[in-house]
Design a protein around this ligand. Structure first.
Ligand SMILES: [Zn+2]
Length: 299
């Protein structure tokens, strides 16, 4: 019997690079993480090394989740933030250097594929996702497929929640990334006079004790996020909104302070369950699927 094909999935984060060799069913066979590198040429060298370390004769494809706007069909990064790979043709460079089929996509798109295959969105065809970390990523799947638009649909971190708000990296003001990312939470905490090193977990604990400053910080963080989620529900009518990334679970708890008020836009909101594994599993599965045109629908 021929061995099951395997795929490599890599998730490029601002803090860590995570990589795994993944079976066709989504199980992780081998896994490691390294500290991230911001400089594009050094990062490509690291990716080549990581692929080499996980490679074996059963590996037929590599998927890589990249932060920022990605043109997955052309294999190019259009723009990035804390890691910006837009200066080089990423997929073709890596394909040339590794001899592998390379598929790149936005990191939240990849995490959504992972959660739909093996996590909180298993069996759900219409799902919107926000990943809440340094910034806010977004993705939506309709009828089991990740929506791409012309090139890079799903940039939900840039849903406007305050027209006159703080400047955003995208050039506009008041995007939800400026109010409800991890970076923004740190700012809300500092502005409230709470200890700068306070974690989201500690803040949620203080709220439970009835601390008014903690409640105010959580509302400042969660209410714009709720507004953005309502807009996603209005636009896409998903069966589920998933919150992933390092602060996904904390954000789902924080939303208890900002319930959906409109009867029109009610939708279950849940924390993603695969944690950091969603990115590598989704990257590997999406990479494999792109290698096989018959398997384009999410399992
Ligand atoms: Zn923006």
């Amino acid at each position: 019997m021929p061995a099951e094909p395997e795929a490599i999935g890599i998730d490029i984060g601002g803090t860590n690079l995570r990589a795994a060799r993944v079976a066709a069913g989504g199980e992780i066979l081998q896994w490691f993480a390294e500290r991230s590198v911001a400089e594009p040429v050094a990062l490509v060298d690291r990716l080549v090394e990581m692929i080499g370390r996980l490679d074996n004769p059963h590996v037929d494809s590599v998927g890589i989740g990249v932060p920022g706007r990605v043109d997955a069909l052309r294999g190019e990064v259009l723009s990035g933030g804390y890691v910006d790979l837009s200066s080089l043709p990423l997929a073709s460079t890596l394909a040339q250097r590794t001899g592998k089929r390379i598929f790149i996509d936005n990191d939240c798109n990849m995490a959504l594929v992972g959660e739909m295959a093996a996590g909180a969105a298993r069996g759900t065809a219409n799902v919107a996702m926000l990943t809440i970390g340094t910034g806010i990523g977004g993705a939506v799947a309709l009828d089991g497929r990740v929506l791409r638009g012309q090139r890079s649909a799903g940039q939900f971190g840039h849903v406007t929640v305050d027209v006159g708000g703080l400047p955003c990296a995208c050039g506009r003001r008041g995007c939800v990334e400026t109010t409800s990312s991890g970076t923004a939470l740190g700012r809300h905490i500092r502005e409230a006079g709470l200890p700068a090193d306070m974690t989201a977990g500690q803040l949620l604990g203080l709220r439970l004790e009835g601390d008014r400053r903690a409640e105010a910080v959580i509302r400042a963080w969660a209410e714009p996020l709720r507004a953005a989620i309502d807009s996603l529900v209005a636009a896409f009518d998903p069966a589920l909104v998933l919150l992933g990334g390092g602060l996904g679970k904390a954000a789902a708890l924080a939303l208890q302070s900002a319930p959906a008020l409109s009867a029109w836009y009610q939708c279950p909101v849940a924390a993603a369950t695969l944690g950091d594994d969603a990115g590598v599993i989704g990257s590997a599965l999406a990479g494999r699927r792109e290698a096989d045109p018959e398997k384009k629908a999410v399992p």
